[in-house]
Ligand binder design. Structure first.
Ligand code: GLU
Length: 315
């Protein structure tokens, strides 16, 4: 049985290891506001099922969720319109292409492959049948992160809205093929807002804790998300959550995870452990380079791989 101070030490080691890769990547700049992030930042938060919270580095620096929002919008769509409707509009397969690719849309491989790529997420957001989908989304994020003060980063939202031409192309292509129902501009506006919600690693680690415990909050004992929804979300995180690096990350870390170009990664680990990392320097695939290396390190150290030998739990 590990003590919190043992885990603190391991997080420090992970941080050191992650930092050694920071010079090999760069901060996202295709959304101008994201380019302002400090490339030296790297942080992590890990929460055990009993609520013990371990933090290291720049764990408290706020960042926008970006693609991590896709896990929340999938939960909301499944909750509001159900499995059949959502998966009649979007598939469940990894793409092998980058997150904002339009190749498959143009070659009529429809519907979009999965809800973790931009095309699939835009369709998923379009499915959410509620009077104010963004407010419902924000409410869900606040509840699952246990943090009422979580809010939209207005500057990032406006920056993305003004520079999001590829996403606009995706939405109109989807509309022309009758996949996207409703006004593309309105759906895009919701999608941009969702991506621009600001969190810290502790917020996301709290959410990861719930995912890691099949929707149950082990601290309060409350069922926060239906188990069948968590199973779908975690499966898609494992197979599609790390862009076109999902296969390699599944082999090396084996933790259902979702990254965002803002530098965050949310990771729902074995043994009911919730983890989140932040480091805005990205590798060529768009994943936080410090984050993936910290998670790979922890997976080995704490036996967190999905297919690890379950008889030797180490935490
Ligand atoms: N808001 C970003 C976009 O649509 C999200 C991309 C990401 O984090 O992968 O381009």
């Amino acid at each position: 049985m590990m003590m919190p101070q043992d885990i603190d030490l391991i997080l420090q080691e992970a941080l050191l290891y992650g930092r050694s890769f920071l010079s090999r990547g760069k901060v996202a700049d295709y959304i101008p506001e994201l380019a302002k992030a400090d490339p030296s930042h790297l942080g992590i938060c890990l929460i055990l099922p009993d609520g013990t919270t371990c933090r290291a580095g720049d764990w408290n620096v706020p960042f926008t969720m970006q693609s991590i929002a896709k896990t929340f919008s999938l939960i909301l769509a499944l909750q509001t319109v159900g499995y059949e409707k959502v998966f009649s509009k979007v598939g469940m397969e990894p793409t092998g292409d980058c997150f904002d690719s339009i190749v498959q849309l143009e070659s009529k491989q429809l519907p979009p492959f999965n809800p973790m790529i931009n095309a699939g997420a835009i369709v998923t957001v379009g499915c959410i049948d509620l009077p104010d989908p963004f407010e419902a989304f924000l409410d869900l994020v606040r509840r699952l992160c246990f943090h009422d003060a979580i809010r939209l980063n207005e500057q990032v939202y406006l920056s993305e809205k003004h520079s999001g031409l590829r996403n606009r192309s995706i939405a109109y292509l989807l509309q022309s093929d009758h996949i996207l129902e409703g006004d593309p501009e309105q759906i895009l506006d919701r999608y941009f807002r969702m991506c621009s919600v600001e969190v810290t690693t502790e917020d996301l680690a709290r959410y990861a804790l719930i995912l890691a415990n099949d929707g149950l909050d082990p601290v309060t004992g409350g069922q926060m998300i239906d188990e069948w929804i968590v199973r779908i979300v975690k499966t898609l995180m494992l197979t599609c959550g790390m862009y076109d690096e999902s296969g390699e990350f599944a082999v090396k870390a084996g933790i259902p995870s979702k990254s965002g170009v803002g530098g965050g990664i949310v990771a729902a680990a074995e043994q009911g452990i919730g983890i989140a990392t932040y480091g805005p320097v990205l590798n060529k695939k768009g994943n936080s380079i410090g984050g993936i290396h910290m998670l790979e390190y922890l997976s080995g150290k704490l036996n967190l791989h999905y297919f690890a030998n379950k008889t030797c739990t180490s935490v």
